[in-house]
Design a binder for this molecule. Structure first.
Ligand code: PLP
Length: 382
């Protein structure tokens, strides 16, 4: 299907005319805090960035250190560099994720080794070991939709083969695995504050780093390779010996992040409640299964409500007629030319799921009665 045709059949909706798939979650103090920053001397990276890092760290990443950056993609690129991944090294990644998980590996020239998914669209932890070779440096996992991956198996393999574990937590802020908060245990964990994530700073990200000795290097890589504190002394003591980037967060963004932290628990509870309602309403409905709902030992962060449905095209048209937006959001990455193109038959679970998954509205503006309405529309059949 061409993009134009697809947009004609599933055009983006306006909030006023239906239930949209995504909506940014803007905390009530965002405007006030941004205004304070605008009146101050620092609008780029200043004291608010550090304040946000510390507040975020104590809530989500402790004992790992938190480093604020310009996007989740920046955080992943830094994580890959800090893991020591170099050209031609192999990195195992899930075949199904946002392209942003994998594109930074191409910046480095690393070899992407796709792994199949499990029935929850997370990396299939039982399919990882056979992909490991002497060139493998790291395993990347993505907690799809907000459901934590099988971390014990991943950490076990990483220890056995001396690999780094990098978690893409863009969907999973606030999720827990066996009672521990996601993002506090692996070598590196990335968070995204892109427009529609749990917390948004318009664009922004956070990198959680387990080894505290890497923090100074991470700070230099975030800023051209320069030691900012040395530079602020205004003296030449400031050689650049490694190539860095311009990946910092701004105080404007950080002040939005601080306002979001104030409301985070409430927002997460709202999302988790909607997720639970979808599960309850639809548990006996034929032709649909909510993905990621059957676990006791991990808490779903409810970023996406993804379902597996029969006749997805018919399902989407049916919702569309009732003014409910739905979309696939992410696509299997091996379809993209930059990642080498489709690998037919290699990922049997992905092949089986490819035409069956669909994402439904779940965000700050969706109400309990919206979910009831959506469930009723689904129960009409499609
Ligand atoms: C949003 C997202 C990213 C990218 O984060 P940005 O902040 O947009 O760079 C990476 N991975 C996943 C799974 C995402 O959903």
């Amino acid at each position: 299907m061409t993009l134009e045709k697809s947009l004609n059949e599933h055009p983006l909706m306006d909030v006023n005319e239906g239930i949209v798939l995504f909506h940014p979650n803007i905390p009530k103090n965002a405007g006030t805090y941004i205004n304070e920053v605008l009146k101050s001397r620092w609008i780029g990276q200043g004291p608010k960035v550090e304040e946000f890092e510390l507040a975020f760290e104590s809530k989500f990443s402790y004992p790992c250190k938190s480093l604020a950056v310009g996007s989740g993609t920046d955080a992943l690129h830094l994580a890959y560099l800090l893991s020591g991944i170099k050209e031609d090294d192999e990195v195992i990644v899930p075949v199904f994720t946002c392209t942003a998980t994998n594109i930074p590996l191409l910046y480095i020239g690393a070899k992407i080794v796709f792994c199949d998914i499990d029935h929850n669209l997370n990396i299939d932890a039982d399919a990882i070991e056979e992909l490991i070779t002497p060139k493998t440096k790291a395993i990347v996992c993505v907690h799809y939709g907000g459901l934590p991956c099988e971390m014990d198996k991943i950490w076990y393999l990483a220890e056995k083969y001396n690999l780094k574990v990098i978690e893409d937590n863009a969907h999973a802020l606030g999720a827990t695995y066996k009672g521990e908060i996601i993002g506090s245990q692996s070598d590196f964990s990335m968070f995204s504050f892109q427009a529609i994530k749990h917390i948004t700073t318009a664009d922004g990200g956070m990198l959680a780093i387990k080894d505290p000795e890497l923090l100074e290097k991470a700070k230099r890589l975030r800023w051209f390779g320069i030691d900012r504190l040395q530079k602020q002394k205004g003296i030449w003591d400031n050689d650049i010996t490694e190539i860095g980037y311009k990946y910092q967060m701004t105080d404007i963004a950080a002040s939005m992040g601080l306002a979001s932290l104030e409301e985070f628990d409430e927002h997460l509870a709202h999302r988790q409640n909607l997720y639970k309602l979808y599960c309850e309403y639809l548990k006996n409905t034929k032709g649909i299964r909510i993905i990621g709902s059957e676990y006791q030992n991990r808490e779903h962060a409810a970023w996406l409500l993804t379902a597996e449905v029969d006749d997805r095209e018919g399902f989407m048209s049916h919702l569309r007629r009732h003014k409910i937006e739905s979309s696939q959001v992410h696509f299997r990455n091996d379809r993209y030319t930059i990642f080498g193109g489709r690998q037919e038959g290699k990922f049997t679970n992905m092949d089986a799921m490819e035409d069956r998954y669909i994402v439904l509205p779940l965000h700050a503006k969706v109400s309990e009665s919206d979910v009831k309405y959506i469930a009723e529309v689904i129960q009409l059949g499609w």
